[in-house]
Design a protein around this ligand. Structure first.
Ligand code: NIG
Ligand code: FE
Length: 414
């Protein structure tokens, strides 16, 4: 066999397997090859196995000198595009105000919407680029990015145009989602806004292929399930997948609606209650945990352990955003999930790779497998568990996307 590149010096190659959603106990089912080698041609994995079993010829060889290699991480929930900051909120919360109180008083998400609406597309790109590079250097190879701070149809589209520009500039694979974040402040105008979203925004976004999914925030201070049903049904009719921010603070019927509409994922779940675990487990919807939110807001942690024990398929994301989760490391999100949501290291890896890919509807990512794009993380360590053990330092040495090194040392790899 002739290949472009052979990678050797791999102490441990560890990957989730198979294209299927991994429910419950299957989340511990990892393939591990010690003293491994990986062959790559045309940007895809073409051979993996024990180095001693390799019998081909490689145009070039890269010797890692004894490091663990994992699939590229997938971050299936971020709000990486925003302008302004939420440092004032942070200070108020440190003095006792809650996130919901700040939102109900017209601040929080609404203040980020005001700042983001004023920014040009180029300014949004400039602000978001270093945030996405931080995720890349922490191991992410695929990142979902939401709109949702635009509010008006034009400003929402501008956020999606910024994501499209970033796709051209960065080696990362970015998946854009249209987020219908919060309703207008004036009570009487909610129905009009829903009508505008369905008549104008969603059809335009679908026609211009600016997003692959529509997400909506369902909670007491956000949208009601009946409004979400109208918007998500429209998204479906326009050929877009659906996702939901739900059960973050209160359980008001969002989860049940999302499961009925066969959402790709339900995200947050800090207020998820035991009677819902089995419903989630019986569905193909992925339960996406956002441990950065529990850490930053001091709210309950989503019941990851109990969801997995019930048989649900769990994913993990940073939820990178200025208000509830200023977490700029996908690896750290996995590390937090082992502490805050009760996942084992094995489960966290599956949740941050294969299941995270499923949360985005991707079948060709999240695994090291012959035929798939050669996206992988090379750790500094010779033991893969350092990915989820490490706190406060970057365990990632290099990230490769489609068979090429995508990270550079000065941007934080060393
Ligand atoms: O995922 N809960 C709603 N939306 C975001 C937070 C956005 C913000 O606070 O700016 C979230 O937590
Ligand atoms: Fe979010």
């Amino acid at each position: 066999m002739n290949v472009d590149t052979l990678i050797t010096g791999i102490t441990q190659l560890v990957t989730a397997q198979g294209p299927a959603v991994r429910h419950g106990t299957a989340m511990s089912d990892l393939l591990r090859i010690d003293d491994a080698a990986i062959a790559i041609s045309n940007g895809a994995f073409v051979w993996i196995g024990k180095h001693q079993h390799w019998q081909g010829h490689a145009a070039s060889t890269v010797h890692l000198g004894g490091r663990a290699v994992l699939p590229g991480l997938i971050d299936p929930h971020t709000h990486a595009i925003w302008a302004g900051d939420r440092l004032g909120d942070f200070e108020r919360r440190s003095a006792g105000a809650t996130y919901e109180q700040i939102l109900a008083a017209g601040g929080g998400i609404r203040s980020t919407i005001q700042a983001t609406q004023l920014a040009s597309i180029d300014q949004l790109v400039t602000l978001a680029r270093p945030r996405l590079l931080a995720l890349l250097h922490s191991g992410a190879t695929v990142v979902e990015v939401k709109s949702g701070y635009g509010f008006t149809p034009q400003a929402e589209r501008n956020m999606l145009y910024a994501i499209r520009d970033l796709q051209q500039q960065l080696p990362l694979r970015l998946l854009p989602t249209l987020l219908i974040h919060i309703p207008p402040a004036a009570v009487g105008s909610r129905a009009d806004y829903v009508a505008q979203v369905c008549a104008e925004l969603i059809p335009q976004v679908a026609a211009e292929r600016l997003a692959t999914a529509v997400d909506i925030f369902v909670d007491q201070e956000a949208w009601h399930p009946r409004e979400a049903e109208t918007i998500l049904t429209c998204a479906r009719a326009n050929g877009l997948a659906i996702k939901m921010h739900t059960e973050q603070f209160h359980s008001i019927g969002g989860l049940e609606l999302a499961l009925r509409l066969r959402a790709l994922s339900v995200d947050h779940l800090e207020a998820c209650h035991p009677s819902q675990y089995a419903q989630l487990a019986a569905s193909d919807t992925i339960a996406t945990l956002l441990p950065g939110v529990s850490l930053h807001l001091g709210i309950p942690c989503a019941p990851g352990r109990r969801l997995i024990d019930a048989g649900a398929a769990v994913a993990i994301a940073t939820d990178l955003n200025p208000g509830s989760s200023p977490l700029f490391s996908t690896a750290a999100a996995l590390a937090l999930a082992t502490r805050l949501n009760g996942l084992t290291a094995h489960e966290a890896l599956v949740a941050g790779t294969l299941n995270a890919a499923c949360a985005l509807g991707l079948s060709n990512a999240g695994r090291i497998e012959v035929g798939l794009p050669a996206d992988m993380v090379i750790l500094k360590s010779n033991d893969w568990r350092d990915l989820v053990y490490t706190l406060g330092a970057n365990p990632v040495q290099e990230v490769w996307i489609a068979g090429a090194k995508a990270t550079t040392s000065p941007q934080g790899c060393e």
